[in-house]
Design a protein around this ligand. Structure first.
Ligand code: 5GP
Length: 155
């Protein structure tokens, strides 16, 4: 990782190493990965190498409305998750709006009950949602509130 212009720059190897060193925190009775797109796609694919379970994807769009961040579904899953245990994967937990929205929609639309959360980075800042205490939250690295440039962001 390098710091430049007050931003953190990570390489593909950094991300792969984070996942290799942390995937064992995830419970071993997970049925499938649900990747939040688009940032969670590459981490989820790397995680699949270790967990060897199917990946499903969901994508949301966020937009600003009168200084408030709102979210809507862009692509979703047509699947009953009431009997599945999933791990929800995203690259970064920033304000936590995305995780909150995705969990609430997975509960409402897909009847999700059992889930864990896996992120590469958790930024130290005030969050919009407190993850329930009984939910396992796995994070590879907790970092200061600076912008992260992931390798897939590079042109
Ligand atoms: P949230 O604020 O809802 O936790 O994060 C929303 C989304 O914004 C994340 O899933 C991620 O795609 C993007 N995001 C937030 N902070 C960063 C960052 O520092 N770098 C990059 N590349 N994306 C970020």
């Amino acid at each position: 990782m390098k710091i430049n212009d007050n931003k953190y720059y990570y390489t593909y190897e950094d991300i792969h190493n984070f996942i290799r060193n942390n995937y064992q925190q995830i419970s071993n009775n997970i049925d499938c990965i649900v990747a939040i797109g688009t940032g969670g796609f590459i981490p989820a694919r790397i995680l699949k190498t270790y967990l060897n379970i199917p990946i499903y994807t969901i994508t949301v769009q966020s937009y600003n409305n009168n200084n408030e961040t709102n979210m809507k579904l862009f692509q979703w899953l047509d699947m009953d998750l009431s009997n599945k245990k999933i791990v929800i994967v995203d690259e970064v937990d920033d304000t936590r709006n995305t995780l909150q929205f995705c969990v609430s929609q997975l509960k409402e639309i897909n009847k999700l009950i059992n889930y864990e959360i896996f992120v590469i980075h958790n930024k130290i800042k005030e969050k919009k949602w407190d993850i329930p205490k009984e939910i396992k939250y796995h994070c590879c690295e907790t970092i200061q509130n600076k912008w992260i440039v992931y390798p897939w962001d590079n042109k």
